[in-house]
Design a protein around this ligand. Structure first.
Ligand SMILES: Nc1nc2c(c(=O)[nH]1)N[C@H]1C(S)=C(S)[C@@H](COP(=O)(O)OP(=O)(O)OC[C@H]3O[C@@H](n4cnc5c(=O)[nH]c(N)nc54)[C@H](O)[C@@H]3O)O[C@H]1N2
Ligand SMILES: Nc1nc2c(c(=O)[nH]1)N[C@H]1C(S)=C(S)[C@@H](COP(=O)(O)OP(=O)(O)OC[C@H]3O[C@@H](n4cnc5c(=O)[nH]c(N)nc54)[C@H](O)[C@@H]3O)O[C@H]1N2
Ligand code: SF4
Ligand SMILES: [Mo]
Length: 715
């Protein structure tokens, strides 16, 4: 054998020797696609390839983000040791001991000077159930503060609060995805699943192949609306009115299920009276949707034997998001299309653990298992699980954005931030940024120096989805086990371990004595027992064996719950609560004016995830969209003298940004669209108002008014 051949074989052997295979779940959206990552070391370089693994929800599918997710986890910018900001304003490596000492010193000082509630905790929906649960306990017991909330406030709060009020329980999907193909009519309201949950699409494609009629509601044409048979191109923010139009036709054409209404609901008479008080013409005028189209949508939905409604952030991220969702639920209830096969509701959950993250206590008014922090019995129960007195559990705090206002006002002077980038994702972002700069001490737990972490005094390195084991609850309400098999890089620690260590230095070690992540899950099971989101019957062993279990699962012989509400809703009388919904929001939304003449709406593109901290690091994704843009109709663009592919200044009452124009006839002429994946001078949240939904404190990310003009740089 020649030297060359020998070398070749030796190298090949080396390759095989160093191949490692990791099973995991995609860290991004709520589909939670199962992924296998193969890591090969070729001489000194590592090569990765990812592929989908079969499971009941995604059946082996993965999208472009999942296939490329590992890039950020192995990125050179990843933080792998604690870093403190020095006098020079730069971050410097320090030891864990030193980091924990700094936290103890600063947090103790803040609470001594400014009071216990001067410290705040801000979490995220990508945390595992175990970390999300522990973060709630950490705030209340570890730091003894009432101020905790999380980014899910901007994501799930409208749908969650509507579900809880109408049905008495909030699980994203009332039925499993496997029922979609048999549903005859499907309404997709304010959701762009084609870009945001791509691996869900085959369920809908199968429904279409079976003859389903799909109705999409969106101010823009998207990959999702293109699949629809009918697209109601609504004006931003008018979903409550539009759904009232549909409801009016259903009731007045007698396309309702009277026995279902009588036996299973309350409040129908008020809804009937309400829809008689306006005309379809008024609805058509305010929503920009033709009367005939509203009628068609209602007739199709009302006449079908089965039907399903999905909503997402287009409907929900509004200052009347809670009520708008309630009105879509009114449509389901008057037609009796819930609690049955191939019928039901789905709030398309957003983040990896958008579902589990909202169940176990990261929310300011919530204790584990969806218990209420204001209910004395619930407090008592959780106090017993935690081994404290109920008086040791602080009361209700405020929502995510309101916490930022308290920071700005100087009432909150310290913050522990885990898994969010709030200066990019909050509305009224300039105020949020200025506020966070004033904090006496900000600790950020993040894999990267995000725009917010940049402002921190201390950054702690967490593990990524490849290393961190735990459970996450997908959009169906299916609790899945993520393996976390890769070796931890550098000195990174799991989020839950970081919480235990900080609690220890704050003198609360006895409440945080977990050896493994499974120990936390076992405590969560007990804490959730008897609550709305009951996980008691799940164990790691059962979850692994069944490839996920749908909650509620109240005992260890229970199979989990595929379909909700077959016999009763979860209110004490077993009935669902209907309620009339006003066409006009109680908190006025911005309408176009002479100064700010077009609607601005915001959202996502397929290649990027949220504030882009992870996906902007991935060249395969970033190459698809490396900067922000404004989607604008050519006639609107001409009116404001904006050329295609040119820089545009967008101004609102709050501020201005500069992005590139993208002419498109897909969007309404009175509306522009800007994604929110970029920061600094392209951060669209600098334009978004501070007003919140009065019921659930959701900001109005999807409706504001702006001016657009060509950007000419001053040199
Ligand atoms: N690629 C990608 N996928 C993601 C994410 C991501 O950042 N990138 N994020 C994940 C998360 S956390 C979430 S919450 C989900 C979000 O998933 P979606 O809610 O589907 O995403 P958005 O793009 O925010 O908004 C959906 C649609 O609402 C439309 N819309 C805007 N205003 C209105 C309105 O007033 N009424 C109606 N009816 N529609 C309107 C927009 O044009 C858009 O097409 O996606 C998840 N998946
Ligand atoms: N204008 C506008 N604004 C919006 C929205 C919109 O549609 N329009 N949507 C809103 C919605 S739905 C959402 S969900 C929010 C999301 O907004 P953010 O909460 O800001 O979300 P991310 O950009 O995902 O920030 C997560 C950060 O946590 C880090 N991270 C990721 N995984 C982990 C982990 O496991 N542990 C730790 N410790 N860190 C981790 C990432 O590196 C990143 O820096 O934005 C909201 N803001
Ligand atoms: S982003 Fe969502 S759909 Fe795409 S691979 Fe990840 S979990 Fe699946
Ligand atoms: Mo979200």
């Amino acid at each position: 054998m020649t030297d060359l051949l020998l070398k070749y074989f030796r190298e090949k052997e080396q390759k095989v020797q160093s191949e490692k295979v990791y099973n995991t779940q995609c860290p991004f959206c709520s589909m939670q696609c199962k992924i296998q990552l193969v890591e090969q070391t070729v001489v000194t370089r590592k090569k990765y390839s990812a592929q989908g693994l079969d499971n009941p929800t995604t059946q082996g599918r993965v999208c472009i983000k999942g296939l490329n997710a590992h890039h950020h986890a192995v990125h050179k910018d990843r933080i792998t040791y604690p870093m403190a900001k020095g006098e020079d304003g730069q971050f410097h490596r320090i030891s864990w001991d030193k980091a924990l000492h700094l936290i103890k010193e600063n947090f103790t000082e803040i609470q001594r000077e400014d009071g216990m509630d001067a410290l705040s905790v801000y979490g995220g929906g990508s945390l595992t159930n175990e970390s999300a649960y522990l973060l709630g306990k950490f705030a209340r017991i570890g730091l003894q503060t009432k101020y905790i909330d999380y980014n899910g406030r901007f994501c799930m709060s409208s749908a969650a609060s509507a579900g809880a009020k109408v049905f008495g329980i909030d699980r994203g999907l009332t039925n499993t995805l496997s029922e979609i193909p048999e549903s005859e009519v499907i309404i997709l309201a304010g959701t762009n699943i084609a870009d945001c949950q791509p691996t869900i699409m085959p369920y809908f494609e199968e429904a279409k192949a079976n003859g389903a009629y799909i109705i999409a509601i969106d101010p823009r044409e998207t990959g999702t609306t293109k699949m629809a048979d009918l697209h109601l191109k609504v004006k931003p923010g008018k979903d409550a009115a539009l759904s009232n139009g549909i409801l009016k036709v259903l009731i007045e054409e007698n396309l309702i299920d009277e026995s279902f209404i009588d036996e299973r609901t309350n409040g129908f008479d008020e809804v009937q009276e309400h829809v008689a008080s306006f005309s379809l013409e008024e609805i058509s005028q305010s929503t920009g949707v033709a009367e005939a189209e509203i009628q068609k949508a209602a007739m199709k939905f009302g006449k079908a034997a089965t039907g399903t409604i999905f909503t997402a952030r287009g409907v929900e991220q509004q200052t009347d998001g809670h009520m708008a969702v309630r009105n879509f639920l009114n449509i389901l209830l008057v037609t009796g299309k819930i609690g049955k096969p191939n019928c039901g509701y789905g709030a398309i959950t957003g983040q990896a653990n958008g579902q589990g993250g909202r169940e176990h206590g990261q929310k300011s008014d919530q204790l584990p298992g969806y218990r209420s922090i204001e209910n004395p019995d619930h407090r008592q129960y959780i106090a017993e699980v935690w081994g404290v007195k109920d008086t040791d559990i602080p009361g209700k705090g405020v929502s995510a954005y309101e916490m930022m206002e308290k920071v700005h006002q100087g009432e909150i002077t310290g913050m522990f931030l885990m898994a969010s980038n709030p200066i990019v994702s909050n509305p009224n972002a300039t105020l949020v940024k200025n506020g966070l700069k004033k904090l006496k001490y900000l600790v950020a737990v993040d894999m990267f120096i995000s725009e917010t972490a940049e402002l921190a005094d201390l950054i702690l390195p967490p593990t990524s989805y490849l290393e961190n084991e735990g459970t996450l609850t997908n959009m169906e309400g299916r609790v899945m086990h993520r393996e976390g098999q890769r070796r931890i890089p550098g000195e990174a620690k799991h989020d839950w371990k970081i919480l235990c260590e900080v609690a220890r230095v704050m003198g609360k070690e006895e409440y945080f004595t977990y050896e493994t992540v499974e120990d936390i899950f076992n405590e969560l099971r007990v804490a959730s027992r008897g609550g709305m989101a009951d996980y008691y019957g799940m164990t790691y062993e059962r979850i692994k064996e069944k490839e996920g279990i749908l909650w509620p699962c109240p005992d260890t012989t229970h199979e989990g719950t595929s379909r909700l509400f077959e016999e009763r809703f979860h209110h004490a009388d077993g009935r669902a609560a209907m309620m009339p919904v006003s066409n006009e929001p109680s908190i006025q939304k911005e309408e176009p004016s002479e100064e700010f003449p077009v609607y601005l709406t915001t959202g996502r593109v397929m290649a990027h995830y949220l504030t882009g901290v992870q996906t902007r690091k991935t060249s395969a994704l970033n190459a698809r969209f490396f900067e922000s843009f404004i989607e604008i109709h050519p006639s609107t663009a001409r009116k404001y003298e904006i050329e295609d592919n040119s820089l545009v200044k967008i101004t609102s009452k709050r501020g201005e940004i500069v992005v590139r124009s993208k002419w498109s006839t897909d969007i309404r002429e009175d509306t522009v669209f800007v994604p929110f994946h970029w920061a600094e001078s392209q951060n669209v949240n600098n334009l978004i108002p501070r007003e919140l939904d009065p019921q659930c404190r959701m900001p109005g990310f999807k409706t504001s008014a702006v001016k657009v003009q060509p950007f000419t740089a001053v040199i």
